[in-house]
Structures are given as C-alpha cells and as structure tokens.
Write a protein of this length. Structure first.
Length: 367
C-alpha cells in the first residue's frame, strides 16, 4: 500500500483539507500530514493522530523565505520518518512545494504539488525573485494540481517560459475542491420554473467590491424594464459600509446577514437563479452548493468556475462588468430552466470529496 506524506501548512486555517484526508482515510490510504506553523500558534481543540502540527519558525522568519523554509526543512527531517513514504503531496507550490522539492533532492521521493491562489497572485505575481524557484518546483514534480482550468491556463501562460510550457502542461491536471456533504445529502429535487415573470435571484458570500453586487443590481433593473418582477436576495457579511447604503436605496434587494448552511439551504430553495459575477475567483464553492439545490448559476468568464462544465449545461459564464450580458443569460436560463436545473442536481456529484479522493488515490498509486 502506498504511503503518503502530506505537507499542508494551510491546514489550520480551514476544514477543507481535513475533508479530503477523511475521504482518503475511507479508501484505507496510509497517510500522515505535516503542518508547519508559527511558534505563537495556539491550537483550538485536538487533531487526529496522523496530523502533526509543528511550531518551527517565528514571526520574523516569515519575512525571509529561505530562512523560514530552512528551519521547516530541518524540522520535518527531525520529526518525520521521511524515508518510509512513497510519495509526498505538497498542498501549495511555494511553501509546501519547496519542502517537497528539497526532500526529493535528498531522499529521491517523488512529489505532486498543488498550485493555489497565493502561489499565483502573491509568490509568482509579486515575488519576482522567487519565480525561477517556482518553475523548478513545477519541473521536478510528478503531477501538478490546479483547482480550475482558468487558473491552470493563466499560470502557464503568464509565468512559465515558452521552453517549459509543454512539459508543465502535460503533467498538469485539474481537480476541483469538494463541498460539504450536507449539500449532497440534501439535494432539492422539486424545483419548478419561475412563473408569471416573477424572478428571484440570489447571491451568498462576502459582500465586497470583488463580488460585484452593483453590476448584478443593474442587471435586475434591466430585467425589470423588460417586464420581470425581480427580487435580489443578498446573504453574507458586508465588508464595506458603502454597500449598506447601496442596498438601502434599492427596494428590490433583500439583505440577510451571514447565516448557517441549515438556514441558507432554505434561501436557495426559495430562489430561482444564483448570480455571482466576481471580478476574480479562484474557484467558488458556493456555485457548487447552489447547484445541489437545482439552482442554475451565473459565473464569471475566465475565472475559477468557468470550464467546470459546458456552456449552458448548469448555467452561463458572463463578462463580470456587463449587466446586459447577465440579464441576457438569465433569460437564456429561463428558456431552458427545467433541463439546466436537472443538470445541476445530476452533475454536482463532481464536487463530492469521496470522488475527488479517488482521483488523488489513482495518482498516488503510480508511485
């Protein structure tokens, strides 16, 4: 049986990784997870026995990439029996991938590496002095994991030299993140097409400039001018007070503060179309959550969710700042509502962590 060492410094900030590890556990995978954190980190609660939280660097070290990661490398060599693993899964390119890269050089253990938002926008995008290192980490990986097709294309097109593009492309795969099992266990099968030109749009998430609710509101006005009775429900935390004033000025907008999934699901079920034309989006789990409730979706062209499905299959992509296109695509959804809604429910299983774990297991098994 293949033995996997995960290097996952972002583990403590989200429950996303534990869901993957739990699904891999069901498949009887032998795995350990090494998590390096700052010395001042204080754990909240207990972790599973195979999660190894290690405090090995200080706040100043974070300013110096090579100093910090030299400490991490020394720490993992001292605390983990590295030679017993068949493959390493680095869950980010620069921080985690660098450690896997150095281990491969010393122990000849292969690794796969994930490319995340921080890798692209911070390390590749702003830390120009580390770009060559990032390319070397990619070149030495067995597989490169992206969570979306647009992010893969953007990374390769913008940051990979022409002479390496083909090599990097050939070993790159797209594996999305999964959604909470709650959504898959509670699919909504009884959705009907909106009647009498009444249309209920919904968005759930942080209310910020990036999420672009102003453009969606303009699309609502266009639809209203064409005879639709439109309501627009916005659910989530407001990060800029200007949006409080904006919402107050538009009576067709109903604002609800952040709520738990057990309440959110009822809001999804009572709505007709999910609209989130983000300016930038790494992936967008809320699209998949909305799909589980049979909600057709409007998402941004060229951003994280685009490319997960064929155009028109579960909804449509739009130019993020085009209210006209958003309103037109909403009407396209209404013209084929029952089919698109049914597709959403049938195809959302793509985001089942158990299915995703099997994809990873097939990769691990090759080494």
């Amino acid at each position: 049986m293949t033995k996997v060492l995960h290097i996952c410094s972002y583990y403590v900030g989200t429950n996303l990784y534990q869901k993957l590890f739990d699904s891999l556990e069901k498949l009887k995978l032998e795995q350990d997870v090494y998590v390096f954190v700052e010395n001042k980190y204080e754990a909240k609660g207990e972790f599973p026995s195979n999660i190894h939280i290690s405090k090995c660097y200080n706040e100043i070290d974070r300013l110096f990439f090579h100093l910090k990661h030299a400490k991490v490398l020394n720490d993992i060599k001292n605390k983990m029996e590295i030679s017993k693993y068949d493959i390493i899964h680095a869950h980010s390119l620069f921080s985690n991938g660098y450690i896997a890269y150095k281990i491969k050089k010393e122990y000849n253990i292969p690794y796969i590496v994930a490319v995340r938002n921080t890798d692209v926008n911070l390390f590749f995008g702003k830390m120009i002095h580390l770009r060559v290192l990032g390319i070397n980490i990619l070149k030495n990986a067995e597989k490169i994991i992206f969570i979306s097709t647009p992010y893969k294309k953007y990374t390769i097109d913008k940051f990979i030299p022409e002479k390496y593009k083909k090599e990097i492309e050939e070993k790159s795969v797209v594996i999305p993140n999964g959604i909470d099992k709650f959504w898959l266990d509670n699919k909504f099968q009884d959705r009907i097409k909106p009647q009498d030109n009444k249309l209920k749009l919904i968005y759930a998430g942080t209310v910020s400039e990036n999420k672009n609710i102003i453009t969606t509101a303009k699309a609502c006005k266009l639809l209203s001018d064409q005879g639709y009775e439109v309501t627009y429900k916005i659910i989530g935390k407001i990060t800029d007070k200007k949006y409080c004033n904006f919402i107050d000025k538009h009576p067709f907008i109903k604002y609800i503060p952040h709520c738990q999934k057990e309440e959110l699901i009822d809001h999804y079920r009572s709505s007709d179309v999910f609209v989130m034309p983000s300016k930038h989006e790494t992936f967008g789990l809320v699209y998949a959550e909305a799909m589980s409730q049979g909600l057709p979706i409007i998402y941004t062209r060229g951003q994280g969710f685009d490319g997960q499905f064929k155009e028109g299959e579960v909804g449509y992509s739009v130019q993020y700042n085009s209210a006209e296109e958003i309103s037109d695509r909403v009407k396209d959804i209404l013209n084929n509502y029952e089919t698109i809604s049914k597709n959403c429910i049938e195809k959302v299983d793509k985001f089942d962590w158990d299915k995703i774990a099997k994809e990873y297991l097939s990769i691990y098994g090759k080494y």
